[in-house]
Design a protein around this ligand. Structure first.
Ligand SMILES: [Zn+2]
Ligand SMILES: [Zn+2]
Length: 389
């Protein structure tokens, strides 16, 4: 553990991380970040550098020129629409935006790997370093895969890591099989008719149905008899009419996030949620409309990919943490499961560290060195070439 964490990153990588942290950009708007990363990668002389992949994605290819597998390592370019409250010198310079998921750190790790590959290229096959846009909205991985140029970098293996507060600093957590939940936002709009608040009977208020949905939707997994812990409906937003005393409302919005351990359970739960909303709305004569947002497929870890991650953790002396159940959060890295053998692992950010997406979160720089070491070990395991030590 100590040995693993003693792998400190070079000062220029930490400087890069802080620089990225100061200039956060939201999903699908990562122009400046992508340009900064491309400059950094050009210094490492990749054999090919692809830009504007599926919007703003950047991919550096290190090609041995000798037949062998293609291994892709993926990190994320985007930040969050959250105001950072930290006061350190590298806090976000952009109001209302912050690197509060640690994607700045993940980018520094892949840039560090690029520096290693610049010096010691793979002995066989190819290594692709992918800086993916729009992870937070679930759009980026799908956009990159849909880009016709993705065929040129289509991998046999794809790996990623995510830092995770709540776990000991530098601890590695991984498991084969289901790893992250599928999720999708469902926006329900109920429409009736507004009226004067003195004559509510002349209108058609969605208030009662809204209340029924707010209670009924989160209870759906239990109502449907789903295995406890395998699915979840979370109420995320609700609005009834306007903020006025003189009007009986004619419209309501109820937003929920629907999550499940696999894609088919997710699809079932989505269907049942819409069915419930339709039934309740029709019974009261209301119109109902649905909007679907931020769709993430479930993440599934390939057994062989996991064994490579485990071997790296073992060889580097990393502390291990048990991942009993799959994580309830979603990661759009799951999309790569349709094109490659995928392995996603978590790297502990410290037990007491502020949580991801919290306004005081900051990526721990102590993880940059260990992150590079994990990815480089996997690179050498699959594609050979001289390791750092
Ligand atoms: Zn995030
Ligand atoms: Zn993230």
């Amino acid at each position: 553990m100590t040995e693993f964490l003693s792998r400190t990153a070079s000062a220029d990588l930490v400087t890069l991380r802080l620089e990225l942290h100061r200039r956060p950009e939201l999903s699908s708007e990562e122009r400046e970040t992508a340009a900064r990363i491309a400059t950094e990668l050009e210094r490492c002389h990749p054999d090919e550098l692809l830009q504007q992949l599926g919007t703003h994605g950047v991919a550096a290819v290190f090609n041995s020129g000798i037949e062998g597998p293609t291994v892709l390592f993926r990190c994320e370019l985007d930040a969050l629409p959250i105001t950072e409250i930290s006061t350190f010198g590298w806090r976000s310079e952009i109001d209302g935006k912050g690197h509060l998921c640690g994607h700045d750190g993940h980018m520094a790790i892949l840039c560090g790997l690029a520096q290693e590959l610049a010096v010691n290229r793979p002995a066989r096959g190819r290594v692709v370093l992918l800086f993916q846009p729009a992870e937070e909205t679930g759009a980026g991985a799908a956009d990159v895969i849909a880009d016709p140029r993705f065929e040129r970098i289509r991998p046999d293996f794809a790996f990623a890591l995510h830092n995770l507060p709540g776990l000991p600093l530098g601890a590695v957590g991984v498991r084969p099989g289901p790893f992250t939940f599928a999720s999708e936002g469902l926006a329900i709009r109920l429409s009736g008719r507004t009226s004067h608040a003195a004559q509510p009977e002349a209108g058609l208020s969605p208030a009662v149905v809204m209340g029924q949905l707010m209670a009924g939707l989160p209870a759906l997994p239990e109502t449907l008899g789903h295995t406890p812990g395998h699915s979840l409906v979370t109420l995320s937003h609700a609005r009834l009419g306007e903020a006025a005393f003189g009007i009986s409302p004619g419209e309501a919005d109820v937003w929920v996030t629907i999550r499940a351990i696999n894609d088919s359970l997710q699809a079932d739960l989505m269907r049942e949620a819409e069915k419930l909303a339709r039934q309740l709305a029709e019974a009261d004569g209301l119109a109902v409309e649905f909007g679907h947002h931020e769709n993430f497929v479930a993440g599934h870890n390939d057994e062989e990919a996991v064994s490579r991650i485990e071997a790296a953790a073992e060889a580097l002396g990393a502390k291990r943490v048990e991942v009993g159940d799959p994580f309830r959060w979603s990661e759009d890295f799951g999309r790569f499961g349709s094109v490659a053998k995928t392995g996603l692992f978590v790297l502990g950010s410290g037990e007491e560290h502020p949580r991801l997406h919290n306004p005081d979160f900051d990526f721990p720089d102590e993880l940059i060195g260990p992150g590079i070491a994990m990815f480089e070990w996997i690179t050498r395991d699959i594609c050979g070439g001289q390791a750092r030590d």
